[in-house]
Each structure stands twice: as structure tokens, then as C-alpha cells.
Design a binder for this molecule. Structure first.
Ligand code: NAD
Ligand code: WQD
Length: 356
């Protein structure tokens, strides 16, 4: 079935971006990816990112790809002048919470200034339909659970990374108020995990993973000795932190459903949607599920709480069901099975040489 529309995907070579590109190609969208390779692997700075090469093999379709930075207005403008772009999905950002505390300006520069340059170029080229990668982190410490979209945002965002997501949402709101031709959907992801079931693409963090699932996967594959479980004295089912883990393929489909929303002529302005399963799982429940899926032991030790962590966080995802016709379909067993398939086939991620 021909869709034929063209989507510009910023950060298309990254984890969530690459899985969304597969889904877009399968729905017959034309895809143009922009990525500066700050967190994606390519054999050389001029080559197509490895994730996109693998997607071309997987889907038999081609992807137009530019290794450029969204902050470079001239380069970005050239892409908009070269192609007729219908929609933009904006993934490109730095995403490490810890690094953002150490290097706040780098995060504000990349994530906020980068978004402003992108929105400016979009406006100038009359492309005014945008889907943005936001995060449950905009809610700060939950005042009540599950979190719905009416929960206040920006209060208690304790780290610069989280603040960049909140600020960009505010910028999108102002932009939509200033110009009625603009429509912007902000997808607030909970905890994306898993990989494409082919095992060809997946999450490939550089250095020591900050997030739970890639850390567990690297313990299972023998790259790390043991998992540190950050705290066992939270008010949760077993004392460890509870999160709403969502399969990256479900997340990818959420982006396509968001684009569908732009076909509704009544849809205008800024709108946020939670993308989560609505179910919380503890760290130890995740360890157990991964053990079962991989058949590997996952040694762990309980250590102190990680500063800034909250006890529990999970979504009310009913608005996405009602308005985007989207809900998560893959359970924790699929999340762990697909992560293990990717990790065991690619123990060092996209690079063949041994990583740290
Ligand atoms: P990722 O690092 O794998 O992907 C981001 C991609 O953007 C990378 O390939 C990177 O090279 C590229 N990039 C960064 N800055 C750029 C710039 N200035 N110009 C061009 N390209 C640039 O991260 P991800 O996990 O795929 O996350 C995608 C988006 O989703 C990010 O905006 C992230 O903040 C958001 N998000 C991620 C999570 C998560 O846990 N993975 C949760 C909530 C929100
Ligand atoms: C999950 C649980 C940890 C690692 C972060 C960002 C958030 C979003 C997703 C982008 C917690 C515990 C973790 C480890 C552990 N990113 N844990 N040992 O903190 O919910 O969210 O990633 O937007 O903004 O803050 O995810 O995977 O880091 O942690 O015990 O080695 O696992 O304490 O309870 P988090 P996470």
C-alpha cells in the first residue's frame, strides 16, 4: 500500500530512531535520516551509519542519510531544499542524565539550541508537522501514579537532560500558539527496552551503560561482572525501583500512529501523549525475566540508591489508546528475549572490535 509521504528523521541512526525507521519503511514512508554520529556507529564519518545499512538489508528499501548536525542551519536547510519533506520526527539529542549534570551547557546547546535551529528551518521551508521524542522525566517526582498527561511538568526535573525535554515542549507549545499551521505531538516515553526481533539492530550504548536493561544484557553476555542494584529499601513490591518498560518496537509504532494523527484536519496545535505499558516492574523482576529469557545467570549486588532516582514511575497510557489508537503489545518476556537476541548476536554492539 503506497503511503508515499516523506519523513525527515533526526537522530535516525540511534536506538529509538533506527527502530522507527524500520516501521516507517514498512508503512511505505520515504525516510531521510540526519545524524551527526555523536552516539551512532559508522565505519567512517562519511559512510552511512551501520544501523541504517542493516535496516536497508532487513527491509530491502533504501534510506537517504546525511551525517550532519542539526545545529548547522545551512546544512539542514540544504536537506529541506533538496527534498520535499512532509513530516519531521525529532529524535536527535544527548540523553545521559549523569553527563548532563557534569556538562549542562553541552546539553542545553545540543538539545535546546539544536531543536530551535530545526524548528526555524522547518518554518522557513513550510514544514510544520512535528513529532518529538520527549520523556516521562518531564513529570519530575510523580505526585500520583499512574502518570497521566495532565500531571504537572517541569516541577522537580532535577537534571539538565530532563529540563531540556521540558523546555523543548514549552518551545513547541509557543510555536504552535504563534502559528496555527504548526502541529506538534510530543511523545513522552517511559523506559524503552528491547530490540528488533531480527537481532540486526538494537541498543548500543558507548561505554558503561547508564540504563538497567543494557547493563543486564552486558552482564549476561559476559562484558560486565555483575549488576549493581541501586537500592532495595524503596516502598515497592521488593524494595527495588519500579519502572514502566516498553518494547522499542511498540514505541516505533507509536510514532507512525502520531503521524497518522496529522491526517486528521481537526488536529491542531501541541499535544503530548504518554507511551508506556501502564505496568510497573521492579529491578529484581527485570533480572528474573532476563535470566529466564537468556538462560544466563545475572549476578548482582545491592548498593546504595542512585541520587535523583524515584521509587516508582509508570504511565496511564489511555490517551494514546483513545486518540492515537495505540497501545503496547509486547510483554516483558518479548522485551528480554529480543534484547538477548540482539546482545548475543552482537556482543560488542555495531562494532566488531572489542569495546570497553
Ligand atoms: P540515541 O543516542 O541512540 O539516539 C540519538 C541519535 O541522535 C544518535 O544517533 C546521535 O548520534 C544523534 N544526535 C545527537 N545529537 C545530534 C545532533 N546535534 N545532530 C544530529 N544528530 C544528533 O538515543 P535514543 O535512546 O534513540 O533516544 C532518542 C530520543 O528519545 C532522544 O531524544 C532521547 O532523549 C529520547 N528518549 C530516550 C529514552 C531512552 O531511554 N532511550 C527515553 C525517553 C526519551
Ligand atoms: C531503571 C531502574 C534504577 C541501572 C532514565 C532516565 C530517563 C529516561 C530513561 C531518557 C531504576 C535501576 C539502573 C543499574 C539499577 N531516559 N538501575 N542498576 O532512571 O528510570 O530513566 O532512562 O529520557 O530520563 O532518567 O532508567 O534504566 O537508568 O533505571 O539498579 O545499573 O533500574 O535505579 O530503578 P530511569 P534506568
Amino acid at each position: 500500500m503506497a503511503n508515499g509521504k516523506t519523513v525527515l528523521v533526526t537522530g535516525g541512526a540511534g536506538y529509538v530512531g533506527s527502530h522507527t525507521v524500520v516501521e516507517l519503511l514498512e508503512q511505505n514512508y520515504n525516510v531521510i535520516s540526519i545524524d551527526n554520529l555523536v552516539n551512532a556507529y559508522a565505519d567512517s564519518p562519511t559512510e552511512k551509519p551501520e544501523s541504517l545499512k542493516r535496516i536497508e538489508k532487513l527491509t530491502g528499501k533504501s534510506i537517504t542519510s546525511y551525517n550532519i548536525d542539526i545545529r548547522c542551519k545551512d546544512n539542514l536547510d540544504k536537506v529541506f531544499k533538496t527534498h520535499k519533506i512532509d513530516y519531521v520526527i525529532h529524535f536527535a539529542a544527548l540523553k545521559s542524565v549523569g553527563e548532563s549534570c557534569a556538562k549542562p551547557l553541552q546539553y542545553y546547546q545540543n538539545n535546546i539550541s539544536g531543536s530551535c535551529v530545526l524548528f526555524e528551518v522547518m518554518s522557513e521551508n513550510n514544514v510544520k508537522k512535528l513529532v518529538f521524542s520527549s520523556s516521562a522525566t518531564v513529570y519530575g517526582t510523580p505526585q500520583k501514579l499512574p502518570l497521566d498527561e495532565n500531571h504537572p511538568t517541569g516541577q522537580g526535573c532535577t537534571n539538565p537532560y530532563g529540563k531540556t525535554k521540558f523546555f523543548v515542549e514549552e518551545i513547541m507549545k509557543d510555536l504552535c500558539s504563534s502559528d496555527s499551521e504548526w502541529s506538534a505531538i510530543s511523545l513522552r516515553y517511559f523506559n524503552p527496552v528491547g530490540a528488533h526481533e531480527s537481532g540486526l539492530i538494537g541498543e548500543d550504548p558507548s561505554g558503561i551503560p547508564n540504563n538497567l536493561m543494557p547493563f543486564i544484557a552486558q552482564v549476561a553476555v559476559g562484558r560486565r561482572a555483575k549488576l549493581s542494584v541501586y537500592g532495595s529499601d524503596y516502598d515497592t513490591i521488593d524494595g527495588t525501583g519500579v519502572r514502566d518498560y516498553i518494547h522499542v518496537n511498540d514505541l516505533a509504532i507509536g510514532h507512525v500512529r502520531a503521524l497518522d494523527k496529522f491526517c486528521d484536519n481537526n488536529f491542531k496545535g501541541f499535544k503530548p501523549y504518554n507511551l508506556g505499558t501502564g505496568k510497573g516492574l521492579s529491578v529484581l523482576q527485570m533480572v528474573e525475566a532476563f535470566k529466564k529469557a537468556s538462560g544466563k545467570d545475572i549476578p548482582y549486588e545491592i548498593v546504595d540508591r542512585r541520587p535523583g532516582d524515584i521509587a516508582s514511575c509508570y504511565a496511564d497510557a489511555s490517551l494514546a489508546l483513545k486518540e492515537l489508537n495505540w497501545s503496547a503489545t509486547k510483554d516483558v518476556n518479548a522485551m528480554c528475549k529480543d534484547t538477548w537476541n540482539w546482545q548475543s548476536k552482537n556482543p560488542n554492539g555495531y562494532q566488531t572490535k572489542t569495546a570497553n
